[in-house]
Design a protein around this ligand. Structure first.
Ligand code: GLC
Length: 573
């Protein structure tokens, strides 16, 4: 590791030690006392299940390993009692939020739950998801659909509130959609593609309901959502972890669904990198924004989904082959990301001094990045202590922009080493004005403008500078920040962000995004009552109130996954 090790420990003293929680510590704390619930007897065993290292799972498993397989694990251990709440037996519509351990809920919380429940979508009498926005004042476009990525914070909120049924229904319904034949014009998409969104169609004459899904064939730009499949796997693991019910993941159809998603992203081709090559607009930023190539959001989700799949896949004949491929890919992917996507002060200085036109294995500047292509802003933006995973790395191209979602997922999945995770939090703290401003959080930083905006966005009027995907502020990102804060032991940062959000969100009717350099203005075309803004807030609040919730969405570092090697000359971390 380069400067990171020293920097982070020195910087550690700036943190509020009172509120320091690491995941390891969280596991030690007796939350049953705190929450006045029965003691989680098998917490220790649950942790060892999650901590199965990649090398343990590699080729040639010993009997000891198969005994720790999720299937046998869950069969031989009852799910932790504390994970269940009486609420799960109540109706998804009427269930009121629980307040744990005598915490007085913020008045906004009840309002948020009401709005979240209003967004529920039913199919043949069962709740199957939440619509993107309940705003009736704007043109609907596709905001009346259930988006897979948008449903994730809703799902987490329901899981945290002890209402897993809707999540199970969603997982099974989207799985059915995956098996549809998907075509754009005359071209057939991969079998494993999950929809970006779906909708329930009511036929009042025949009194029937049918589902309609969009795999990219209706989406603006016609891009398939690469993130949907990853979120689906991540959600399946969250459901399994939170309920202790492994029977859903073990169903043959769920195992098959996972394998189909994995087939898409583990297939062999012409790639020279372990990262996943994508078209622009295939994730949360679903319009052209110069995020084609190897965007951090997809790489971090890819990494997390692979790790979740490793925990969920059965080691039968079909599953075993995937496990082996996943293990190999994770090793290569973490090395690549930690080495080439990581940027801190030292790394930046090294790139600034790069030589170009190097050939052969001894090249330091492997991708031939021309130092002149370094944007001016990055020199000011980079704090002395801190760092982040940059937006994209491909031949002669490094996108230095900061992307919030990818960096938070890197922390949660432990794609970032513990030192890198701390450095990301240090950067967020030092660049608070830029990244949180008046409304957390910037989807990316900085905005692109003028000539660059014309070239990268194709002159997109929706993505003008400091608006929407181009440096806009998205309240949904609160839950990701909060989870990352708890994992790194910095909950005070999350509290600060939540306070900012609380001062505006209900007054402004829960907008989708805010515009402006400081995120001060309700977004130009922002929908109101945007479900993931509401759910994101609730998840953030619930996690702060009960940090043990973090377990369903975070993975411990795999001790066997070595950080990138130290080399004398840059490109290392
Ligand atoms: C916008 C967002 C996308 C989201 C959708 C529905 O298109 O960019 O990420 O899924 O709205 O809210």
């Amino acid at each position: 590791m380069s400067s990171l090790n020293g920097d982070v420990s020195q910087n550690g003293n700036t943190r509020n030690m009172d509120s320091l929680f690491t995941v390891a510590e969280i596991e030690e704390i007796d939350f049953s006392k705190l929450l006045d619930r029965p003691k989680p007897l098998n917490m220790e065993r649950q942790r060892s299940f999650d901590e199965r290292s990649l090398s343990e799972l590699s080729v040639g498993l010993s009997p000891r390993h198969s005994a720790r397989h999720p299937e046998s694990f869950f069969r031989s251990n009852d799910p932790p009692e504390y994970l269940f709440s009486p609420c799960s037996r109540r109706s998804v519509i009427s269930c009121t939020p629980r307040s744990q351990a005598g915490f007085e809920p913020h008045p906004m919380v009840a309002e948020a739950w009401e709005n979240l429940r209003r967004s529920l979508v039913f199919f043949r009498g069962e709740p199957v998801g939440t619509i993107a926005a309940t705003d009736t004042s704007e043109e609907k476009l596709n905001y009346d659909q259930v988006f897979v990525r948008d449903f994730v914070p809703s799902a987490l909120a329901f899981l945290m509130n002890g209402e897993p049924e809707i999540v199970k229904n969603f997982i099974l319904k989207t799985l059915r959609l995956q098996s549809w034949e998907k075509k754009i014009d005359r071209f057939q998409l991969g079998e494993g593609v999950m929809p970006a969104s779906f909708k329930v169609l009511h036929d009042p004459v025949r009194n029937t309901e049918t589902l309609m899904a969009d795999f990219g064939e209706s989406a603006i730009g016609r891009v398939a959502p690469v993130d949907s499949g990853f979120w689906w796997i991540i959600l399946l693991r969250a459901y399994t972890k939170s309920t202790g019910d492994s029977s859903l993941a073990e169903r043959p159809e769920c195992q098959k669904g996972m394998r189909l998603i994995l087939s898409l992203c583990l297939s062999e081709g012409f790639d020279t990198f372990p990262t996943l090559l994508c078209a622009d607009g295939c994730c949360m930023i679903d319009r052209r924004m110069g995020v084609y190539g190897y965007p951090i959001e997809i790489q971090a989700l890819f990494f997390m989904a692979l790790r979740c799949a490793l925990l969920l896949l059965k080691q039968d004949d079909e599953g075993k082959e995937f496990v082996e491929r996943i293990v190999k890919r994770l090793h290569a992917l973490s090395y690549h990301m930690r080495s080439y996507f990581w940027l801190d002060f030292k790394q930046l200085n090294d790139i600034y001094r790069y030589k170009t036109e190097e050939y052969s294995h001894t090249a330091v500047n492997k991708f031939n990045v021309i130092p002149d292509s370094l944007p001016d802003w990055v020199f000011d933006f980079m704090p002395t202590h801190g760092g982040y995973f940059i937006g994209n790395v491909s031949p002669a191209r490094m996108d230095f922009r900061w992307f919030c979602l990818g960096n938070c997922i890197a922390i949660l999945s432990s794609l970032a080493t513990p030192e890198q995770s701390m450095a990301i939090m240090d950067l967020i703290e030092s660049r608070w004005e830029e990244l949180a401003g008046e409304m957390p959080l910037k989807v990316c930083y900085p905005a692109i403008e003028s000539h660059e905006w014309r070239i990268e966005t194709g002159s997109d009027p929706k993505n003008t500078r400091w608006s929407y995907h181009n440096g806009g502020s998205w309240p949904v990102l609160l839950w990701l920040l909060t989870a990352a804060c708890i994992k790194t032991g910095r909950p005070q940062i999350a509290r600060r962000a939540i306070e900012l959000a609380e001062s505006r969100l209900p007054k402004d009717n829960w907008p989708e995004y805010y515009d402006g350099k400081c995120g001060r203005y309700v977004g130009k075309q922002a929908r109101k009552f945007q479900t993931w803004s509401i759910a994101g807030y609730l998840v953030a609040k619930m996690m702060l109130e009960d940090p043990s919730h973090l377990g369903m969405i975070a993975l411990e570092e795999d001790k066997q996954m070595k950080p990138a090697m130290r080399r004398s000359n840059s490109w290392t971390c």
